[in-house]
Design a protein around this ligand. Structure first.
Ligand code: ADP
Ligand code: MG
Length: 390
């Protein structure tokens, strides 16, 4: 798959620019094992890069023209290194312009180049194709023009590009996972300080399967903003009684229980979820290290029901996928992944039963909702890299 993507991207470069590319780069999509909706609540997240990639082929030129080609969309775009950089109508171009703009702001100078890119990360399914595009592009330019950027710089450039040019005020998890991923390791990341530790994620006889509900409910944005407000109000109320609390990390379940009536039903539920989820990330990370997969799965499932019943960011389609897969023999855990109200579920399933489970889930989902289920069996893989011929 990876080799095929590289070959196709290279061939495409040759076809449109009539020469072989100087260098080729791969930048992965990502999953998050656990730690949902707590990046903005001072919790840790547990993401990993996966074996789905955006592939970039590039060459420097000796003029000031920059050419992009998006092979999957069959669209191209050109500009000059002298151009003033502002967001444009064509969305995919913005992720690239955003990176160029960030480089410019930090006086990292690039000259003209030609580039094409192509990908196996599904677009808009919550596997962070956008972060893979931004970070892969920044990584490629860093290498091609010797810009002396660290991996952390590259992740931050990607995030800024998304903020300024795509208008998405995302956290740092997606970019960090894409850039810092390692084969069979998950990253326990503190989104506030960017401290991180790797945990073993050899999954033994199990594998991770993503099921794409192929729905996106419109309350994603409003629901997200509402939750952010609710937990902010909740934290202030907790702090007014417990001045020693500076973030949710300092909160205990007892504190939340003591304030249950004052918080009110909704805010109580939101805060309860956050405190429990922060603890679950630790449990899951340790479970991975100890190869205790049933505990890992159980913790993922607890997260799902917390997200569904307490944080209320799931939806009937995803709840159905989780409930149904958990009834299959040997499945250890399942949960919604990402912001919610649609997108993918992530499932810990026995490797030998994966194909059979996929077939059963496709049938069940179609019967229930009349929607064809997409699915992505995945492996945990290394982060953004230059592709060197074997
Ligand atoms: P996600 O990051 O979850 O996949 P986003 O909506 O954040 O979803 O990013 C998807 C956008 O990223 C696409 O609409 C497109 O603009 C850009 N993109 C991702 N992959 C590609 C690709 N292979 N070719 C062109 N643009 C892409
Ligand atoms: Mg994205």
């Amino acid at each position: 798959m990876k080799k095929q993507l590289v070959r196709q991207t290279r061939d495409h470069f040759q076809q449109i620019y009539h020469q072989a590319p100087e260098a080729v780069f791969l930048s992965p999509g990502r999953i998050n094992i656990i730690g949902e909706h707590i990046d903005y609540n001072d919790g840790f997240v547990l993401p990993a890069a996966i074996n789905k990639y955006v592939c970039f082929a590039l060459s420097k030129t000796n003029n000031s023209t920059i050419s992009f080609h998006a092979k999957d969309l069959n669209e191209s775009y050109t500009l000059s290194t002298e151009d003033n950089l502002v967001p444009v109508e064509t969305m995919w171009v913005n992720y690239l312009l955003g990176v160029l703009d960030e480089l410019k702001r930090s006086n990292k100078i690039v000259s003209g180049f030609e580039m094409t890119f192509s990908s196996t990360v599904p677009m808009g399914s919550g596997l962070s194709s956008s972060a893979a595009v931004e970070c892969g592009f920044a990584f490629a330019l860093n290498s091609l023009f010797d810009l002396n950027l660290s991996r952390q710089d590259i992740a931050l450039i990607g995030q800024q590009a998304e903020h300024r040019f795509a208008g998405v005020k995302c956290g740092i998890m997606d970019q960090f996972a894409s850039v810092f991923g390692k084969k069979n390791k998950v990253i326990k990341l503190d989104c506030t300080t960017l401290d991180y530790t790797y945990y073993d994620a050899h999954l033994g006889d199990y594998s991770l399967l993503l099921l794409d509900s192929c729905v996106k409910h419109t309350h994603l944005t409003s629901g997200y903003n509402d939750r952010r407000n609710e937990v902010e109000v909740g934290l202030k109320m907790i702090q007014s009684h417990y001045p020693e609390v500076s973030t949710f990390r300092d909160c205990s379940l007892d504190m939340i229980e003591n304030l249950k009536s004052e918080l009110g039903e909704i805010i109580y539920k939101r805060c309860h979820f956050v405190v429990k989820e922060i603890a679950r990330v630790d449990v899951a990370a340790q479970a991975l290290n100890n190869h205790h997969y049933s505990l890992l799965g159980q913790t993922m499932t607890e997260t799902h029901w917390g997200l569904s019943n307490e944080y209320e960011v799931s939806c009937p389609e995803i709840d159905f996928l989780v409930e149904t897969i958990l009834k299959k023999e040997g499945v250890l855990g399942a949960r919604m992944m990402g912001g919610g109200f649609g997108g993918c579920s992530i499932n810990l399933v026995p490797k030998e039963k994966e194909k059979e489970i996929i077939a059963q889930m496709k049938t069940a989902y179609f019967e229930q909702f009349g929607i064809t289920l997409n699915y992505y069996p995945i492996k945990i893989s290394k982060g953004t890299t230059k592709y060197e011929k074997a």
